[in-house]
Ligand binder design. Structure first.
Ligand code: IPE
Ligand code: IPE
Ligand code: MG
Length: 232
């Protein structure tokens, strides 16, 4: 590593996997073909992260706003998700992969919920890499959920620690780095609380084209950033 490496390898990287639709459009393919190609990019990224020594990867798979897409796309996305979950659950032990899922359970179909629960419980002791899948995830919803939990406890005044303790995955450290592909430069309701001091890395690469080389570019950029946390 060059002398510009200010930071050690991050523990936790979060990724907004964007651009599947545009990737498909460029090829005159249906949007679902882009999502299928995106699932392959997820596998490459998991391998790259593990190789780089990352301990936690949070991947934004489906936002609370993504329900507004055409029914056919939503159904296809959930079918793809079920297949991916099945495969990961089978291979998880081999790769030391622990699965967590963050998001609202409410409108998810029971078949998906059962698969999620099985995947989470059967991988809970794996220790190499934690894959935190943000699924039906919205950061504002997460914060409201946390505050409601505190109200239920009868709290009249709350602290930052109280809110942090009620997030979907309170045990995870905040991501040091957030990557977004496809050239969009916004959070789209992702990790609003946890991103307070995250570094951002935006790349025009569309998610289905994301690979180990792109992952390492982001990592290198992060390592060269001077993080100040409000200090000098
Ligand atoms: C990201 O790709 C995947 C999901 C949001 C599920 P998009 O489907 O948003 O791709 P674009 O932004 O239309 O290219
Ligand atoms: C964010 O991407 C959600 C996921 C990657 C799952 P979107 O494509 O939904 O975000 P917007 O609509 O461009 O902000
Ligand atoms: Mg998009």
């Amino acid at each position: 590593m060059s002398e510009t490496a200010f930071n050690p390898v991050p523990q936790h990287i979060a990724i907004i996997m964007d651009g599947n639709g545009r990737w498909a459009k460029e090829r005159h393919l249906p949007r679902l073909a882009g999502h299928n190609a995106g699932a392959k990019a997820v596998e490459r990224t998991l391998k790259a992260a593990q190789k780089a020594g990352i301990k936690i990867l949070t991947l934004y798979a489906f936002s609370t706003e993504n329900w507004s897409r055409p029914q056919e796309e939503v159904t296809g996305l959930f079918k793809l998700l079920e297949q991916t979950l099945d495969r990961y659950t089978q291979d998880a032990a081999k790769h030391g992969l622990r699965l967590l899922v963050s998001g609202a359970r409410d409108p998810l179909p029971p078949s998906i919920l059962a698969k999620i629960d099985h995947a989470v419980s059967s991988t809970q002791h794996n220790q190499e890499l934690t894959l935190n899948l943000a699924l039906n995830y919205g950061a504002r919803q997460e914060i409201v959920h946390a505050v409601n939990a505190l109200l239920t406890q009868g709290k009249k005044q709350i602290t930052m620690q109280d809110i942090s303790a009620q997030l979907y995955q309170p045990q995870l450290p905040d991501p040091e780095l957030i990557i977004r592909t496809s050239g969009e430069e916004r959070l789209s309701n992702f990790l609003l609380w946890q991103a307070a001091y995250s570094e951002f890395y935006f790349t025009p690469v569309l998610w289905p084209d994301f690979d180990e080389a792109e992952f390492n570019k982001a990592l290198l950029a992060y390592r060269g950033r001077k993080r100040r946390f409000g200090g000098v």
